[in-house]
Ligand binder design. Structure first.
Ligand code: SAH
Length: 215
């Protein structure tokens, strides 16, 4: 094994260990965090912070999410069991997508900023994950032609729950989404036929889910 890989595994394991202490209990999620080189998803200048439990800038005013929140949202969605396909809104760096892709059969991800989408595609190519489909577009509309989805994860804060996303859930499927502007609450919404039940998870801080796409 090269020194780089040894270091990556070591740092990933240490990060997973600290998330465990913060209450992440799903061993599969911890294993995915451990195995994922977060450093390839951020700029070289910030590499030294790659395995700290913090959000970091990724350009275009956006951020790679804090590992704790990545792990927490993933753990919440997997708790239901039988999750095969997941739609992520807000590809950003591609890190959350890489974690999901190690845990479910297929991940679909939508990003509104073309340059970030291209960069994430390049970065995901560096690791051996082949079950990801990416799209440049407006996540408010989801990705209807690929649905319905067992789970949908939105990694930017929406002013309200996007109706299109609710409609793209399978019966029993779940949407996890931060709602609000200055004060945001992470919500877990479950589809029960044509009804939707909501559970408040915790207060969070995400960049906003904006309208439209940027080429
Ligand atoms: N999941 C990402 C987090 C990125 S931050 C990661 O692991 O790095 C949120 C991302 O959502 C940003 O890249 C932002 O451009 C994107 N975004 C914001 N509004 C969007 C929209 N309407 N549709 C798709 N992506 C959107």
């Amino acid at each position: 094994m090269s020194n780089l890989l040894t270091n990556v595994t070591f740092h990933g394991q240490r990060l997973a260990q600290s998330l465990k202490q913060e209450g992440i209990i799903n061993e599969d999620v911890l294993a995915a965090i451990s195995a994922t080189p977060r450093q390839i998803f951020i700029d070289e200048a910030l590499e030294y912070k790659a395995y700290e439990n913090t959000a970091l800038p990724i350009g275009h005013g956006q951020t790679i999410s804090q590992p704790y929140i990545v792990a927490r949202m993933t753990q919440l969605l997997l708790a239901k069991g039988n999750i095969n396909n997941v739609l992520e809104i807000g590809t950003g760096s591609g890190y959350q997508c890489a974690i999901l892709a190690q845990l479910v059969d297929k991940v679909f991800t939508v990003e509104r900023i073309k340059a970030l989408q291209r960069q994430a595609k390049r970065r995901l190519r560096l690791i051996d994950l082949h079950n990801i489909a990416m799209k440049h577009g407006d996540g408010w509309q989801g990705w209807a032609s690929k649905g319905p989805f067992d789970a949908i994860m939105v990694t930017a804060a929406a002013s309200e729950v996007p109706i299109d996303l609710l409609q793209q859930l399978v019966d029993g499927g779940q949407l996890i989404i931060p709602i609000g502007e200055h004060t945001q609450t992470l919500m877990l919404i479950t589809r029960e036929g044509e009804r939707f039940s909501q559970q408040k998870i915790e207060t969070v801080k995400f960049v906003p889910l904006l309208a439209g796409d940027v080429s």
